[in-house]
Design a protein around this ligand. Structure first.
Ligand code: MG
Length: 405
């Protein structure tokens, strides 16, 4: 590679509106700078080494973890979000390390069994204010991880925590703001925006799951190519690919792979161009000025409309597919019965969970941290019943109690 080509691939200087790691708003517990890594690289490294991150490997995205080895899990989803975010951040001269840290941490608070688990935990904890996975991701990095001698959590920088808390109900925001005045919940109180890096990861998250859920839907046999052809964005790429490669429909996974590659490329290009124009027109002189502007990261209007259509399609055809509904109903039951079982007998949990000041929240935290398969093993241990019996390998039903992965 020539020296010029190498230089073109190097990280460009940060845009004036990017988050500069040298000007971080800092951590909740002050720590000395570390040589060789900036504050957001350090955040990313802390996330990669934490327990909750490893557990993402065995947590459902759409399909329960035991349903197949090739479906996305929360871990591979998070890696795809990080890849998309880093690519776009580099093109926009934003802070790549920060988007990577946010992307890798954004789903740390997800329960086992995806949204079914979250819905069940939300219902179980209604009297305590409910369960929100974004808030739980923040709880994981602020409180629940136990790795450091001097503090709970990972003590991440303000900017990474701000990106992790991407939604928050007004009531939760008010209580978080009371605990941490001017902190990560302030923007939900005063209606300001997070950094452009955080905005970007939020969109990359949706881009990643829309594309990979189509792929997993096909792989599972719950979606087929005829259905996809009726969705505007997918129909267009399908026609393009088949015009260039007429025999591809009979060549296994190459057609859907190429369709989704083109779909994502178009979205990445569109989002980068549209965001670049918006931010140049607004010309904030710093990230603090950018926080006062309306959201600037966006897909162009035509792509945004197609994106919503794709989301609606996935909702109706995949997330509401009778087979998915059946497993999610079983998963909801597992989570709510586990919740009742631990509330009735806290001694069934490890001591550090059983001794919490707020017993029901401690149960919710314990269940939220579980992998799919650990939750199923615990359900079997505590109730003697086997959910999803037809789908599970007998080895999973070892009576031996083992620690969460
Ligand atoms: Mg996600």
């Amino acid at each position: 590679m020539t020296r010029d080509a190498t230089a073109a691939l190097a990280s460009p200087a940060l845009a004036p509106w990017a988050v500069d790691p040298a000007r971080s708003r800092g951590r909740r517990h002050a720590e000395a700078a570390t040589p060789g890594r900036n504050e957001h690289q350090r955040d990313r490294d802390r996330v990669v080494h934490c327990t909750a991150f490893r557990r993402l490997m065995y947590k459902t995205q759409v399909f329960i973890n035991h349903e197949g080895d090739l479906f996305r899990t929360r871990l591979t989803h998070s890696l795809e979000v990080a890849q998309l975010s880093r690519s776009m951040a580099r093109m926009l001269r934003l802070n790549e390390d920060l988007v990577e840290a946010i992307a890798l941490a954004h789903d740390l608070g997800h329960t086992p069994f995806g949204h079914a688990g979250q819905d069940a935990l939300h219902a179980c904890t209604a009297a305590l204010g409910g369960f929100e996975h974004n808030l739980q991701s923040l709880r994981v990095v602020d409180e629940l991880e136990q790795r450091y001698p001097a503090f709970d959590g990972l003590n991440l920088s303000f900017e990474t925590r701000e990106g992790i808390l991407k939604h928050c109900s007004p009531r939760r925001a008010a209580s978080l703001e009371a605990l941490e005045p001017g902190g990560v919940a302030r923007r939900f109180v005063d209606g300001t925006q997070p950094s452009l890096e955080a905005q970007l990861v939020n969109l990359a998250d949706a881009m990643a799951y829309n594309a990979h859920d189509v792929d997993d839907g096909l792989r599972s046999g719950l979606l087929d190519m005829t259905q996809l052809a009726e969705v505007t964005a997918l129909g267009r790429v399908q026609q393009q690919v088949l015009a260039e490669y007429p025999g591809l429909a009979s060549r296994g996974r190459r057609l859907p792979s190429e369709m989704l590659r083109r779909l994502l490329s178009t979205q990445v290009r569109g989002l980068v161009d549209c965001t670049d124009q918006a931010v140049r027109a607004a010309a904030p002189r710093s990230v603090d000025e950018l926080r006062l502007l309306p959201p600037l990261a966006a897909l162009p209007p035509t792509l945004a409309t197609e994106f919503s259509e794709l989301k609606r399609f996935l909702f109706a055809a995949l997330y509401r597919h009778p087979q998915v509904i059946q497993t999610t109903a079983a998963a909801r039951q597992v989570v709510s019965e586990l919740f009742d079982a631990y509330c009735a007998a806290p001694g069934e949990m490890p001591a550090e969970h059983a001794d919490g000041a707020d017993p029901k929240r401690a149960v919710a935290d314990y269940i939220a941290g579980m992998t799919d398969r650990f939750a199923l093993r615990e359900y079997h241990r505590l109730t003697g019943r086997i959910p999803f019996p037809a789908a599970l390998p007998p080895a999973l039903w070892s009576a031996a109690r083992s620690a969460p992965v």
